[in-house]
Every structure is written in C-alpha cells, then in structure tokens.
Design a protein around this ligand. Structure first.
Ligand code: NAP
Length: 302
C-alpha cells in the first residue's frame, strides 16, 4: 500500500512510518519543507493527490509549545495548521480520479467536556463548549468528503488522549522536571488522564488504513485513541515518580499553570475526560500497552 501522511515528520508520524515500512508499505510525507520522500502542501494544492491507497493527517502546530505565549496569533496558527491542511487533503481526495480506499484524521479528546464522573465513548453526543472543543469540531468537519467521494473512500477519525512515548509529546516535556524531583500532581490531581502509548496510536492508525470490510458509510467512523485502563493525573504522577525513583509530593498549583500556559490551554493539564475506547476495542484492536505501568516502563527504560 502507498500511504500519504500530512505532518508525518513529527512525533506520531515517525512511529507510524516505522510501523508501516515494517509492514512493507511505501510512505510519502506532506511537509512545509521539501526533501526526499516528501511533497509540500503547495505541491499538493497545485498538483493534486499523488497516487496512493491511504491518506493520514497528523499536521498541527504543537499546542503545548512552551516557547509560544497563548494569544490570538498562536490560536489562529493552531486552528489553521489543522483545519486548512485537513481541508486541503479532503479536497484533493474528492478531486482524485484514483481515490485512496482510506482517509484517516487524528484529532483529540478535547471535544468531550472535562468531568470527574461522566464516561465518554465514541457514541457520546457533544457540542463545543470552549476554544479546543470548537477547534475539534472545525477540524473534523473539514475532513468530511462529499457524498460521491465517500462512496469510494473509508473515512476515519481517531481521537487520542495524551500520547506517551520517549521521543516526543508530553513525556519529553515531563521527564526532565520529574528527574529533577520537581514533578508533582497538576492542580487537584483528581482529573482523569486519558493516555495512549504512541505504538498503540500508530497501530490503530495502521488498522484504520486497511480497506473497510463492510459497506462504506457517508459519515466517518470514530475511534477513541486511549488505553482501556483509566487513570487520574495523581495516579499517573505517582506511577512515573515510582519508576523514576523520585518524590512527587509537590503539587503544581492550577493558578500557576493558568498563568504560565494561559487558562484555555492549561485545561489540557488541569482538567480531563474519562474516555473509553469502546469502538476501538469492538474493532478488534489489541492494545500492546493496556496498563500505564507497562507503557511507562517501556518509555523510562529507554
Ligand atoms: N502528541 C500528543 O500527545 C497528541 C495528543 C492528541 C492529539 N494529537 C494530535 O495528533 C497530531 C500529531 O501529533 P504529533 O505529536 O505527532 O505532532 P507534532 O510532532 O507536534 O507535529 C506534527 C507535524 O505537524 C507539522 N506542523 C507543525 N506546525 C505546523 C504548522 N504551523 N502548519 C502546518 N504543519 C505544521 C510538522 O510537520 P512539518 O514541519 O514537516 O511541516 C510536524 O512534524 C497533531 O495534530 C496533534 O494535535 C497529539
């Protein structure tokens, strides 16, 4: 299979590419920078979709970039880097004379309203309630294929929680403070912490790239990209501190995170959603890292 991956040069993309190449697939990245094995977004818009069987979009300005202040300029970049790239791919797929059999978009669990009790599955109804949930709405809408194109191409949306892996994402930013003994529960620590190991997210994407065995729906299939074992931020912090053999008794106050990150962004850390991968499990996907300890052991060991 030939697979085209928007934003494939990043943290999740590197893991996915390694997995796909290991299975004998060919991969081309769409990037802002030209290079071997890449095309640019401008080339996609001018030249149309290169011949491929699967398309994935992972592109997006990093939401937790510590070097960027939370302001309108940054928020505009967060939206346009996701919505415009997704729309460009959906248009190119719809216009293709040899459309791919699968089109997979990776968004996030920010669509579900943070709550200590409510459990969310892919069947849960949701409406936007803040900046990030509105972003997810626009992002997923941009991926929709028109009816005639949806007859040829399987549409999938995967909503991951915090993606854990040694080469990027949340862990890369967290390991240094933890190793210095400065890691502690964030805010109350009671908030749910939906998480997934990067190998499992790559595995769910790879499974979603397979042609559908059932008739194609005009609507996307949604899969929650979270591990089946639910944890709170406190439990996550204790587990990581235990593995690193460092104390985690000093909580990081919510007001501090609000000030440093901006309150609309700090919610990613200080609040959380109890997300269940119901349809992901029903799809037959077998998680490699079901429990947090085994996931963290793999990351810390390396
Ligand atoms: N990592 C997580 O914990 C997590 C959790 C939930 C959802 N997600 C979502 O999953 C996707 C992949 O995550 P990731 O951690 O692999 O992301 P990443 O490494 O931060 O970025 C992926 C790629 O996006 C491209 N990109 C960055 N800024 C861009 C901009 N302003 N305009 C266009 N392209 C831009 C870059 O590719 P080029 O430099 O080659 O153009 C980059 O390699 C993202 O959409 C992210 O929001 C991630």
């Amino acid at each position: 299979m030939r697979v085209l991956i928007g934003g494939g040069s990043g943290f999740v993309g590197r893991e996915l590419i390694q997995m796909l190449r290991g299975k004998g697939h060919e991969v081309t990245i769409i990037s802002r920078q030209p290079g071997p094995g890449r095309i640019t977004w401008a080339a996609l818009e001018s030249g149309g979709l290169p011949h491929c069987e699967g398309v994935v979009n992972l592109a997006g300005e990093n939401i937790m970039n510590p070097m960027r202040w939370w302001n309108n300029h940054y928020k505009k970049d967060l939206v346009s880097s996701r919505v415009d790239t997704t729309r460009a791919l959906a248009h190119a797929i719809a216009a293709s004379t040899t459309p791919p059999h699968s089109w997979v978009l990776i968004t996030g669990v920010a669509c579900y309203k943070p709550c200590l009790q409510t459990q969310y599955t892919e069947d849960s109804e949701w409406v936007p309630f803040d900046f990030l949930s509105q972003l997810v709405k626009e992002w997923e809408e941009a991926a929709h294929l028109p009816e005639n194109a949806a007859k040829n191409t399987r549409q999938v949306v995967i909503r991951p929680g915090a993606v854990l892996g040694r080469d990027g994402g949340a862990m890369k930013q967290m390991l240094t403070p933890f190793r210095l003994g400065l890691g502690g529960p964030l805010g109350s620590g009671r908030q749910p912490f939906p998480w997934i190991h990067v190998s499992d997210l790559a595995g769910i994407i790879a499974q979603s790239l397979e042609p559908s065995r059932s008739p194609l729906s005009p609507h996307p299939e949604v899969f929650n990209g979270v591990a089946p074992s639910l944890k709170t931020n406190f439990e996550f912090t204790k587990e990581l501190g235990h593995l690193l053999k460092w104390p985690t008794m000093f909580p990081v106050p919510g007001f501090f995170l609000d000030t440093v990150l901006g309150s609309e962004r700090a919610v990613i850390l200080t609040q959380g959603q109890r997300v269940i991968p119901k349809r992901t499990l029903e799809s037959g996907y077998k998680f490699q890292y079901q429990d947090l300890r085994s996931a963290l052991q793999e990351i810390v060991r390396n």
